[in-house]
Design a protein around this ligand. Sequence first.
Ligand code: HEM
Length: 461
Amino acid sequence: MPVNLSNSTPLAWDSATLDADTKAMLDNLQPNILQAHVREHMSVLFIGFGDGADAKRFLRDLVPLMKSARRHLEEVREFNRSKAAGTSYVGVGISKLGYLKLGHSTTGFTDNAFKSGLKRRKDTLEDPPVSAWEASYKGEIHAVVMIGDATAPPVAATRERVLALLPATAKVLGEETGLGLRNAQDRGIEHFGYIDGRSQPLFLAEQVAGEKGTNWTPFFPLSHILVADPLAPKPARHFGSYLVFRKLEQNVRAFRQAEEHLADNLGLTGADRQLAGAMLVGRFRDGTPLRLHGKPSSDGFPVQNDFSYRDDPGSKCPVSAHIRKVNPRDSRDGGLERVLGVMMARRGQTYGTRTDVPWDDAPPETRPTGGVGLLFMAFNSSLQNQFEFTQQSWADSPGFPSEGAGHDPVIGQGKREVKVRYPKAWGSDKLSAPQAEVPQTVTMRGGEYFFMPSLAYLKSL
Ligand code: HEM
């Protein structure tokens, strides 16, 4: 039976009754797609190939360092039982230009954004000109190798093994080092100080069972992240996923200043000043969703995610907040997000080190203005309909989800000229005087689109 990507029930990956095609899919899919792999420490290597035959040999030789999605899930299960550490994550993505260098035709790939490459999409996405990108992203990138683990030593050791396989005709064009950032409660945060990575599409039965909700169903079918690998020996059994990689630098000082400025303009005092930042993000720093609470809530752990915007016109969570812009849930049409199928699997990691305490209330002047940010990574079955749609039609569109919403205050790109109004108090229908949009504090420094091929394809090279 062919793998049913639209199956309306979550995947029971270890079921004894699993059909042969789905089993083959799991044995040939790269890890970190169906479920996030531990990647507190990461090395991301961008590679340029000089010779197609050498490049094929390199990619094939990487396979013994990699594991399948099934092996990853087995390791997770073992870790949950016995705390036994698993093996490092090694993921490989190939760009459109990479496939051409390998001598392959890319006609089998259906995603036009992938086939254009990120550089040619900069106008659609309102990205900075390529001339302003960091040097390592300016030229042709053919492949990316991502190495991740819980601690630094296995990443360093695996990185050495990968580099030892690199042929003389290939070059490392650039490298990023991902480093997880954690708050005082040991929860993963991003550099503005907010808990990140909470709301994700879930695909596996055991994950979905662990998160019952009445207002928001986190289950999504595999069709959100998987497509047949067109160059694999058996595309009906061998699947891959499109990866968007973007280096997003965060000007933390400017964001903290914007929070202070907004708090002043809204007349917020004392502990209520935290509302300003929450109105920009849609959650307080500890993850408490503004849709459910007007202040950080002790109900917040595990961080709540069972909410919709159905009965909130914006008096609790402003329509302009980051999480509402990029996932409007069911604010319209009884499930806009679900109907459009936009939700992608975010697998980013923070980068950069700092000496201040990212989650405390120290003044903005003590915060970094650059050198830190997010290596934004997400898996999609369509870059055009998921990542690009989210960035362009939602985050960068001041008229979404309604007139006067403004740009996404965290990631919106393009001229910010709208006047935005916020609720005067949490839950109040009375709105503030129109405020200038907060300045852009996240800057794209470079990136590329890749396809994460099946292991069967890599073995066949
Ligand atoms: C430096 C850049 C970014 C920062 C600081 C940031 C921050 C955050 C934070 C704090 C959350 C809340 C945690 C959660 O609900 O999981 C979140 C959620 C989310 N972000 Fe971002 N983000 C960034 C970039 C992006 C980009 C580029 C996109 C897509 C184009 C994106 C899409 C999302 C989505 C879809 C959610 C989940 C919303 C939900 O389902 O409620 N983010 N982000």
